[in-house]
Ligand binder design. Structure first.
Ligand code: HEM
Ligand SMILES: *[C@@H]1O[C@H](CO)[C@@H](O)[C@H](O)[C@H]1NC(C)=O
Length: 324
């Protein structure tokens, strides 16, 4: 009896790890830390209720973790004497927040099951739980990522897309992470929540289009006027603007509706309308929320497999901000 109880999870473990080919599996902690997913989702739910902006930040954190050195928690490591970490690159500092939520979940996990749940998995699960809080939909997250020990600021620029990228540049960069253009368009729907600092778009869209001055003709002029009022050319660095003017705190398909009305905020958003396949997909997503939701969950799972450390690679950090 006891033997068969043990054999079944082992068979499942074998089948799922061999089936997906990257060593991750759904329900990874169901034996070793059964409460892990609940601990994380409760922590995220509480944090998002106190501050809805947290959901956006935690979804973005998983993206920024996965694209730089793979999903290995490298985004969480602090800079130390002699090494500036990813988190202090201008793409992350000061805009990326929510590290305290990850720390809170991790310390509860360490109290319950020390040394078991990786920080990289906490980030992946927190992104899923954030989507549930902001969008009311969810997906099964594969676990089993292990934490890396390295984080270099210098790895960020070539691996994260800047907001000045056009659709071809975005497609190429995502392809280098084994993500298709379709998945890129799907994942861009995350810009249905959250904010951007003025500096991320004022040059491209409002004041210096193509480096020749003036406004981007692919932006609705009324929207541009509203943005200019919020972001004067002097660019106070702390001002932020909502990425989705229609439903700024709901993770939904209104981002795609914004694009249809030339109200994408970043150049990298509106550029999706300049490509036939991408703009067709924008139109479908704008109309069929359930199609987008299902694809978004799938694409997040796929993003969560980028260059993961598994098995005996890496470590399970005791604290997320420093290697053991
Ligand atoms: C397609 C290429 C992408 C580019 C060029 C891009 C760029 C940006 C930029 C510039 C910001 C604003 C940062 C600031 O100035 O404060 C931002 C915010 C955000 N991004 Fe992206 N992003 C991309 C894809 C993604 C993906 C794939 C996700 C997640 C799946 C994501 C999630 C977010 C979220 C949720 C925010 C709001 C963050 C907050 O409110 O704290 N982005 N992105
Ligand atoms: C506009 O962009 C061009 C080309 O990148 C640059 O040389 C110029 O300094 C920019 N102008 C302003 C006002 O930022």
């Amino acid at each position: 009896m006891e033997a068969s109880l043990l054999v079944i999870p082992l068979v499942i473990l074998f089948l799922s790890t061999s089936a997906n080919g990257h060593g991750l599996m759904v329900g990874y902690y169901s034996q070793t830390c059964p409460e892990a997913e609940d601990i994380i989702s409760e922590t995220v739910a509480k944090a998002v209720k106190a501050n809805p902006g947290v959901a956006a930040s935690l979804i973005r954190m998983h993206f920024h973790d996965c694209f730089v050195r793979g999903c290995d928690g490298s985004i969480l490591l602090d800079s130390i004497e002699g090494n500036t970490a990813e988190k202090d690159h201008p793409a992350n500092n000061p805009s990326l927040r929510g590290y305290d939520i990850i720390d809170e979940a991790k310390s509860k996990l360490e109290a319950k099951c020390p040394g078991v749940v990786s920080c990289a998995d906490v980030v992946a699960l927190a992104a899923r739980d954030s989507a549930y809080q902001a969008g009311g939909f969810s997906w099964a997250v594969e676990g089993g990522r292990r934490d890396g020990r390295i984080s270099h600021q210098s790895d960020v620029s070539e691996n994260l897309p800047p907001p000045s990228f056009d659709v071809n540049q975005l497609t190429r960069l995502f392809a280098s992470k084994q993500l298709s253009q379709e998945e890129m368009v799907t994942l861009s729907g995350a810009h249905s929540i959250g904010v951007s600092h003025c500096a991320s778009f004022t040059g491209d869209r409002l004041y210096n289009f193509s480096g020749r001055g003036g406004q981007d003709p692919s932006m609705d002029s009324h929207y541009a006027l509203q943005l200019k009022a919020k972001c004067p050319p002097s660019n106070p660095s702390n001002v932020v603007v909502q990425l989705d003017p229609l439903t700024p705190t709901n993770l939904d398909v209104k981002y795609y509706v914004d694009l249809q009305y030339k109200r994408g905020l970043l150049k990298s958003d509106q550029t999706l309308m300049s490509n036939d396949a991408a703009s067709r997909q924008v139109n479908i997503n704008a109309q069929y929320a359930n199609v987008w939701r299902k694809n978004f969950g799938r694409a997040m799972v796929k993003m969560g497999t980028i260059d993961v450390l598994t098995g005996s690679q890496g470590e399970i950090r005791k604290q997320c901000h420093a290697p053991n």
